[in-house]
Design a protein around this ligand. Structure first.
Ligand code: PSZ
Length: 504
């Protein structure tokens, strides 16, 4: 059992290793502006648990829902009026520190005052009750909204955008753009012929050419039938659904800590890059060339596997050499949690990736892309709504708050403290905490077995900390951008308590 003394000394140690903590509060400190903004968010002091989770009210709602819908994944029902800031409050009144944030999709926490303010007034009401089919009848302010909101945070070098509803449909359509571009190349840049159009209607070549998208073992890009052909994280996602059978290559698997395995990890990058080259040659030989590569900056659902800057630079160089488009799926990594708006900005690529997809913290989906991928004909990338203007009203306030409160700098600062805290825990309890990797507050560690992982997250839930998992043995941190030192102290203290108990 973990004694009070050990906990106390941990808290003391944490103050030593998290130098920001004490200077957080006092007036005049360098964190004052962030604190002033945070003060407006009425958060609980800390977690407060009154029942087990799911509690009786959640269980009752789960059984009522079950009469209409089989949704076996529900963890608990939420009181979204009472949830505040970094605390999610369930229908039984349990207040939990939320380090999972709706599968990494809440940018500023719950009921952020700036967002509540943004939805007051007639613009939101008009937007909500008059939903446009944006591809044919956009509203008068749509261009301004795109320019001032989504384009204001576009990845450097990408000046075209297509809005969508979710991450999956963004990836579906981004893959179509890559196919359309490669088909244009196969036709020598010419317009479709009548034979192309006629054969397309018959489902035959040349109108339906043989082409593929390369993806990676461990990837997750969505659950539509197309996206499942590039998704390889869990059998339960794939079983029973016909698949395109496209090529799949290895994504690097590093040894940690990175600074102790520099040589081995560089060899791993080279091995995986060589495999990509091989797949490209093999597909050409087999008459089903690769039109594009889809890749996550971190394979999130698959277990938070990071790729190095050298790996991504190598991948881009291979793509350029073979006239293959590079699509970086930033659905989970985008929106600021890595300390930059887009995680691939950390890789210092010589030029922008060809396409970047987003959703989650960006509140609705879309594709940023290069000029040369613009569809040459109407109605090729299209659906009824093609996006959701009301979400941009909220996203506008999110982006303004990120800037006003310097949240990317905060994420970087808190992320550095998180690394220090996790290094301490790893040194103390190596069976419970290993292989910590992160950028900003987007972090993860592995437990030695799935059972230990589940004990740890179960124990954390009882202590009022809501965590997410991925892969087989991985726990991931996905806090909102407003997660600061006081939240980190609670997270680290509880990990110490629960991890220490499991270890003893
Ligand atoms: O189980 C699921 O369906 C989950 S759990 C987490 C996700 C999906 N993440 C969504 C996701 C993603 O992480 C990446 C890297 N790409 C695409 C998607 C799909 O986005 P949505 O769910 O918005 O369609």
């Amino acid at each position: 059992m973990l004694s009070k003394m050990r906990l106390g000394s941990y808290s003391h140690n944490l103050r030593k290793i998290l130098p920001g903590i004490e200077s957080c509060g006092p007036k005049g400190s360098r964190y004052q502006s962030a604190m002033a903004a945070a003060a407006a968010v009425k958060e609980p002091e800390g977690p407060q648990m009154v029942t087990e989770v799911p509690g009786p009210r959640s269980k009752q709602l789960m059984s009522e829902l079950d009469e209409m819908q089989s949704m076996k994944t529900i963890q608990f029902f939420v009181d979204y009026e009472k949830s505040q800031g970094n605390y999610i409050v369930d229908v039984d009144g349990n207040k939990m520190l939320d380090v999972f944030t709706q599968i990494s999709s809440v940018p500023l926490g719950y009921n952020h005052p700036a967002l509540l303010e943004a939805v007051k007034g007639s613009a939101m009401a008009t937007s909500l009750v008059n939903r446009p089919a944006l591809g044919v009848f956009p509203g008068a302010n749509w261009n301004n909204s795109l320019r001032d909101v989504l384009m204001s945070v576009a990845p450097p070098g990408l000046n075209n955008i297509i809005t969508m509803m979710c991450g999956t449909c963004s990836n579906e359509n981004a893959m179509k753009l890559m196919f359309m571009k490669y088909a244009e190349h196969l036709r020598g840049g010419k317009e479709f012929s009548q034979a192309d159009l006629d054969s397309a209607m018959q489902g035959q070549m040349p109108g339906i050419p043989k082409m593929s998208i390369l993806s990676f073992h461990g990837s997750f890009h969505g659950r539509s039938i197309g996206c499942l052909s590039v998704t390889h994280s869990k059998a339960i996602h794939l079983v029973d659904i016909p698949n395109m059978g496209w090529p799949v290559s290895d994504f690097p698997r590093y040894k940690y800590p990175l600074d102790q395995f520099v040589r081995e990890n560089a060899v791993e990058d080279s091995r995986c890059l060589a495999m990509v080259q091989d797949k490209i040659h093999q597909q050409l030989k087999d008459g089903c060339p690769i039109a594009g590569i889809i890749v996550e900056p971190v394979q999130a659902e698959g277990g938070d596997h990071h790729g190095s800057a050298a790996w991504f630079m190598g991948l881009q160089a291979i793509c350029k050499k073979h006239n293959i488009r590079l699509l970086i799926d930033e659905v989970q990594t985008g929106g600021g949690a890595t300390g930059k708006m887009w995680m691939h900005e950390h890789f210092n690529l010589p030029e922008a990736p060809d396409l970047v997809t987003f959703s989650k913290k960006m509140l609705s989906g879309g594709i940023y892309h290069k000029e040369d991928l613009r569809p040459q004909h109407g109605a090729r990338i299209f659906n009824t709504w093609v996006g959701e203007p009301s979400k941009l009203i909220i996203l506008d306030a999110v982006i303004k708050t990120i800037k006003r409160d310097n949240l990317l700098a905060q994420v970087t600062r808190v992320g550095a403290s998180m690394t220090k805290g996790m290094n301490e825990l790893q040194a103390k309890y190596p069976n419970i905490f290993a292989n910590f990797r992160s950028l900003g507050t987007f972090g993860a560690f592995d437990c030695s077995t799935p059972e230990i992982r589940d004990k740890l997250t179960g124990g954390m839930r009882k202590e009022g900390v809501h965590l997410g998992v991925c892969g087989e043995t991985t726990v991931r941190f996905r806090p909102s951008l407003t997660f600061d030192e006081k939240h980190l102290e609670i997270l680290m203290g509880k990990l110490q308590t629960v991890g220490g108990k499991i270890d003893s």
